[in-house]
Write a new protein. Structure first.
Ligand code: DC
Length: 217
């Protein structure tokens, strides 16, 4: 059984997918974390996101695998657990830029399909319903207004003791959406057979119940 969830940055995909996986006893696969690990590899090597040919050849040197420790997904990059380095704006923006590369995508899509073939999964990302798991039993396009997504991110950063600029957060979100939706390879779009869920005015529980309801059906 595979549940596929696509949507833009900050729509709440990972929070929702994690809850569903826990309730149903499935494995949660965070594909964004794989693109972030690849981005971290390029940042550490000092590669410019516009150096497309270099990215194309160098991605072969990044060995990425996934392990599960205490139910948490651990991303291993060339033997190192890199989870602690993935959730920064710098890595997120680099992931958005380098994920346009077809070789980067090919490598990570194969890994994602392998995981889904062996396990019951809830997998989230940008191209899961359209490219990675087109035959998934449940497909959802989860979104929310850019202002709502910016506010959620703002609240997260404030809770961490930071003093962010909400306008800048929203501008970054809109820029990332544009890049993810307009790239040539596997752009973010709603699959025709995916259920559209706008979480702007829904609680986490309501979204989780909606998707579990689709799964039971
Ligand atoms: O979901 P996230 O913010 O962790 O994803 C980071 C970037 O990775 C996102 O801006 C685009 C890319 N990505 C992708 O191209 N395909 C996926 N399935 C998941 C993420």
């Amino acid at each position: 059984m595979n549940i596929a969830i696509d949507g833009p940055a900050g729509a709440g995909k990972s929070t929702i997918a994690k809850r569903i996986a826990k309730e149903l006893g499935y494995i949660y696969v965070d594909t964004g974390a794989m693109y972030r690990a690849m981005a971290l590899f390029f940042i550490r090597k000092g590669v410019d996101p516009s150096a497309t040919e270099l990215i194309d050849t160098m991605c072969k040197d990044a060995q990425i695998s996934i392990e599960y420790r205490n139910g948490e997904q651990v991303v291993v990059l060339n033997g190192e657990n890199v989870n602690a380095f993935l959730r920064t704006e710098e890595v997120g923006n680099m992931a958005s830029a380098t994920s346009v590369n077809p070789n980067v995508r090919k490598k990570l899509v194969e890994l994602q399909q392998e995981l889904a073939a062996k396990n019951d999964v809830v997998m989230d990302g940008r191209d899961i319903c359209t490219v990675v798991l087109p035959k998934a039993e449940v497909k959802v396009f989860l979104t929310a207004g850019s202002d709502v997504r910016a506010k959620r991110r703002y609240d997260e950063l404030v809770a961490k003791g930071e003093n962010p600029d909400i306008k800048k957060i929203e501008a970054d979100i809109i820029e990332r959406d544009n890049r993810d939706m307009n790239r040539e390879v596997s752009p973010l779009k709603q699959a025709p057979d995916a259920t559209f869920v706008d979480s702007s005015y829904m609680t986490i529980e309501e979204v989780v119940e909606t998707i579990i309801g689709l799964t039971k059906k």
